[in-house]
Design a protein around this ligand. Structure first.
Ligand SMILES: [Zn+2]
Ligand SMILES: [Zn+2]
Length: 139
């Protein structure tokens, strides 16, 4: 039987370290922890083939939300709760000229206890900013 499930890798466009076919929350969480401790980041993607199995999709979806919930509130290093956004970086590139705008390009999560840092890029799911917010295109 072919395995379906979530794909985890270092970055969206980095295929050097990739784990496929994650179908349960425990494996997902373990893999995520591994990635976040090695690279301090991870990229989760749904294996499109799992679309053909709605039941499984639901289970994975649930696991993912649970996981994200956990990751957002507990430090991946020392498991101290309250791991949250403490800073943000600006410089989301303009859609037209690529100039870094004043829009948020990443959120910084940090732990108050062990000062572990995690950067979450493109928190709003946006990779480029509209030129209307660009100082070059629209001063
Ligand atoms: Zn910590
Ligand atoms: Zn621009």
């Amino acid at each position: 039987m072919p395995t379906h499930g979530l794909i985890l890798r270092k970055e969206k466009d980095d295929f050097s370290d990739i784990v496929k076919g994650i179908t349960n929350a425990e494996v997902l969480y373990k893999t995520f922890k591994l990635f976040s401790s090695s690279y301090s980041k991870a990229f989760i993607e749904t294996d499109m083939r799992a679309m053909y199995n709605p039941m499984r999709m639901k289970v994975i979806e649930k696991a993912t939300f649970k996981l994200l919930d956990k990751i957002n509130t507990v430090c991946p290093e020392c498991s101290t709760p309250g791991f949250g956004i403490t800073d943000s970086k600006k410089g989301l590139p303009c859609n037209v000229c690529n100039f870094p705008t004043r829009s948020v390009s990443s959120h910084i999560f940090s732990c108050k206890k062990c000062s572990y840092l995690k950067e979450e890029k493109y928190p709003n799911g946006k990779f480029f900013e509209d030129p209307m917010h660009c100082d070059v295109c629209n001063p």
